[in-house]
Design a binder for this molecule. Structure first.
Ligand SMILES: *Cc1c(COP(=O)(O)O)cnc(C)c1O
Length: 410
């Protein structure tokens, strides 16, 4: 199945009873069974079935199955948020004393999370995502995972996933990729060698910003060495499902990170148009970036689709035909950035990406407010930078709006 077909048909449809065209919202905390023996089998992983929504739910499972197909893995676990999915992805395999090796160009929430991990003896070492010599030199006998984002935000740099996966595997380490900004529409990290893929489905997957959620997908390929990852050893018998089996029967269940069935349903609705939306949003972003670049020599435009982006060639090689729906512009000063944002009429001024509507934000005074100067530089956040998450509007209207807002720069 190709991408847009898979969005509608891949995975499971859980309404065998009545033939509804959507998997219904199974708004039930628990599931009853005919006998004590049947329930016992489900609890012992000897039979498929549902017992309690914190562990699994048919609506949530339908969403997980579709994401598994789209990302090309063997299993997925949906969580209450992208941050919950990231927390689960790491703590399923890490213990006190372990180290994460991470690209420095990260979503601010992930940097905060890694800081929280320090209280539990898990440290993070930051490197430049595509400096393979630096990464290789930073690996030590405590390193247990390598982490990067497909497209860094708001820096808009691209990780060479294939090369990074090869490096990780040479050292017996799993590569965990946050694919939120690109989505499976632009790239499937597992195809390129990644072992675990995490998506904040609050963004493009949901698409309309009506629910917070996250999902992680296991490639099923990584061979968990029982000496390095002793917690995984009892789950070896599950073969390619070892990682997922451990998570669902352990940390995920015990921390109660589950996704609500209602939100899984909203994500399934959103997923149906992910391809259409992404195509439109990427085309709109390209049109807006090109228009600003050609008409405003004083404004610095950063967009992967422009040849001026340092990551343009890698993006051409790694992404499918499009360059994402986020661009940033530098307008000279913080005051000028505030003026442009305030003059804009259509875009919402808020801290989100991936909505059907165009969104703008001044990262330095908001989402990156608590970052250190070094973190700001690594993340590509400047005082005069505006981030634009381009929506599905008629781009002529968005361009007209920016044209008017840019008058405030004169
Ligand atoms: C938003 C985001 C997250 C966190 O997701 P939530 O659903 O808000 O918890 C993680 N990574 C990236 C790249 C994001 O954009």
């Amino acid at each position: 199945m190709k991408f847009n077909t898979a969005l509608l048909h891949a995975g499971v449809n859980k309404d065998e009873t009545n033939g509804a065209t959507h998997t219904p919202i199974y708004q039930s905390s628990a599931f009853h069974h005919a006998s004590a023996g049947e329930l016992a089998k489900i609890f012992d992983n000897k039979a498929r079935g549902f017992s309690y929504t914190r562990v699994g739910n048919p609506t949530v499972e339908a969403f997980e199955a579709r994401i598994t197909k789209l990302e090309g893995g063997v299993a997925s676990i949906a969580c209450a948020s992208g941050m919950a999915a990231l927390t689960n992805a790491f703590l399923n395999i890490l213990r006190a004393g372990d180290e994460i090796l991470s690209s420095a160009s990260l979503y601010g929430g992930s940097i905060d999370l890694f800081r929280d991990f320090e209280a539990f003896g898990i440290t993070t070492r930051y490197v430049h995502g595509n400096d393979f010599e630096e990464i290789e030199n930073a690996i030590n006998d405590r390193t247990r995972a390598i982490f990067a984002e497909t497209i860094g935000n708001p820096k808009l740099d691209v990780t060479d996933i294939k090369a990074l996966a090869e490096l990780a595997h040479r050292h017996g380490l799993p590569l965990i990729i946050d694919n939120t900004v690109a989505t499976a529409f632009l790239v499937r990290p597992i195809e390129l060698g990644a072992d675990i893929v995490v998506n904040s489905s609050s963004k493009y997957i949901n698409g309309s910003s009506n629910a917070i959620s996250g999902v992680l997908t296991d490639s099923g390929r990584f061979k968990w060495d029982p000496e390095r990852y002793p917690q995984l050893a009892p789950y070896k018998k599950f073969g390619p499902y070892a990682y997922t089996a451990k998570l669902r029967n352990g940390f995920f269940r015990n921390t109660g990170a589950c996704l609500a069935p209602q939100n899984a349903f909203l994500n399934m609705l959103g997923l149906e148009t992910l391809g259409l939306r992404m195509q439109r949003q990427c085309e709109n972003a390209m049109a807006l970036a090109t228009w600003i670049d050609e008409n405003y020599p004083g404004i610095d435009v950063n967009y992967l689709g422009l040849a001026s982006s340092p990551w343009h060639e890698l993006a051409v090689r790694q992404l499918d035909n499009y360059f994402g729906a986020i661009l940033t512009i530098r307008v000279g000063s913080r005051e000028a950035a505030f003026r442009v944002i305030d003059e804009l009429k259509l875009p919402y001024k808020l801290s989100n990406i991936g909505d059907t509507k165009t969104l703008v934000i001044h990262p330095a005074s908001t989402i990156a407010l608590h970052n250190t100067p070094e973190e700001l530089e690594e993340a590509g956040v400047f005082d005069d930078l505006i981030r634009i998450s381009v929506g599905i509007e008629d781009i002529e209207d968005i361009i007209e709006d920016f044209k008017n807002a840019f008058l405030s720069l004169e």
